[in-house]
Design a protein around this ligand. Structure first.
Ligand SMILES: *Cc1c(COP(=O)(O)O)cnc(C)c1O
Length: 385
């Protein structure tokens, strides 16, 4: 460990886990594409035996992400969903989880279509009202799982308030911090017991690799998850680990620019006659703008807006040139998508309607291009609807 927790965020992003290689002095961490490690004699090794269990590139990434989220350890997995699945395998049949009702679509798909088959139970509530969480907690509840802000409606849940409920009820609080990244939101400092990320998004930041992480606050969590890495094997490859280590070095400057561009795009959309509604926590009109100010240090670059109909959304998405029509988010390039038919298709029409995902909604992950180019692109595309 070479932890420099007394240093600032940008410094830790660049140095924690990213120290020069002891053998060669290489400033950039090495990628170790090895499946196994030579042992000097029986029972004598350098701490590495087999790459499913551990890999030096992975160790460095885990140190780095634990530092950025203020946890004691981190465990990385092959994708965000693999991380959520690993987290849930810490539970057992008969255990109950209270979750937010507008999570990333893949999460309820895993819960409802896979994990309920193994006897786990899930209840979905609107976690923007903390007391809803309290009411849904039962005797067999082991975990509360929330995303804040949510995808795609950008609703904010009060992490300290929910954390107090969880403490009282002796239930662990898990926060998916993918949208804000540790740069703008520190769930552990706000009371979360574990933090989850799809590192595919802002942490990697370059749309070139999948990954997921669970950041822990207790040694038992870290040990259990390390065991799950070894036993179930959904680990992240050394090359993907390296991509995230490289991406994370610029997280602070990227997030600043994402936030700057995000605010400009949200302001523009809020003033546009053809846009019916804008969901962005940085707008004073956002229902939880004050809470966002309290628990986040920026608003990021995820914006959802209402075009009025499927037809309008289709026309707009066909016209964009700088914005790339694609799933995913958090890359340097602006990505634009249609939640109803893309990220949230698995919910079904009824499921979407219940939480307010209409056919006219468009989600934009504002990149770090010149913001005037993004605005001009949206302007010409909106003119077509
Ligand atoms: C993308 C995403 C996930 C799933 O991560 P993958 O890396 O795609 O498996 C989970 N939660 C949120 C909020 C996401 O945006």
């Amino acid at each position: 460990m070479n932890k420099k927790t007394n240093l600032g965020f940008a410094t830790r992003a660049i140095h924690d886990g990213q120290y020069p290689d002891a053998e060669t002095g290489a400033v950039s961490p090495a990628i170790y594409p090895t499946s196994t490690y030579a042992q000097e004699e029986l029972g004598k090794n350098k701490g590495y035996e087999y790459a499913r269990v551990s890999n030096p590139t992975r160790t460095r990434l885990e140190e780095n992400l634990a530092s950025l989220e203020g946890g004691i350890a981190a465990r990385v997995f092959g994708s965000g969903m693999a991380a959520v699945n690993a987290l849930c395998t810490m539970l057992k049949a008969g255990d109950h989880v209270v979750c937010g009702h507008d999570l990333y679509g893949g999460v309820p798909r895993l819960f409802n279509q896979v994990l309920t088959g193994y006897g786990m139970e899930f209840t979905y509530v609107d976690t923007t009202v903390a007391v809803n969480v309290e009411r849904a907690i039962r005797k067999n509840t082991r975990m509360v799982y929330i995303e804040t802000p949510t995808n795609p409606l950008m609703s904010i849940s009060d992490i300290p308030a929910i954390s107090q409920i969880c403490r009282r009820k002796k239930v662990e609080l898990v926060v998916d911090n993918t949208f804000m990244s540790p740069y703008f939101q520190q769930p552990i400092a706000l009371g979360a017991d574990m933090v989850v990320h799809s590192t595919t998004k802002f942490l990697n930041g370059h749309s070139d690799g999948l990954g997921g992480v669970v950041v822990c606050t207790k040694p038992e969590q870290a040990e259990k998850l390390a065991f799950i890495q070894k036993a179930a094997g959904a680990i992240l490859s050394p090359f993907e680990c390296w991509l995230i280590l490289r991406g994370v070095k610029t997280l602070a400057v990227r997030m600043e620019q994402h936030d700057h561009n995000g605010r400009a795009v949200a302001d523009y959309l809020a003033r546009h006659k053809k846009v019916k509604k804008v969901f962005y926590p940085g707008l004073a009109a956002h229902p939880q703008h004050e809470l966002a100010q309290r628990q986040m240090t920026g608003y990021g670059s995820m914006i959802t807006f209402e075009t009025g109909s499927l037809n309008h959304a289709k026309k707009l998405l066909k016209k964009v040139r700088v914005c790339c029509l694609a799933e995913s988010l958090g890359g340097v390039e602006t990505l634009i998508s249609h939640p109803a038919t893309m990220t949230h298709a698995a919910l079904g029409e009824k499921g979407r309607k219940a939480i307010g995902i209409t056919d006219g909604l468009v989600r934009i992950s504002v990149g770090i291009e010149n913001v005037e180019d993004i605005l001009a692109d949206l302007d010409q595309a909106l003119a077509a609807i």
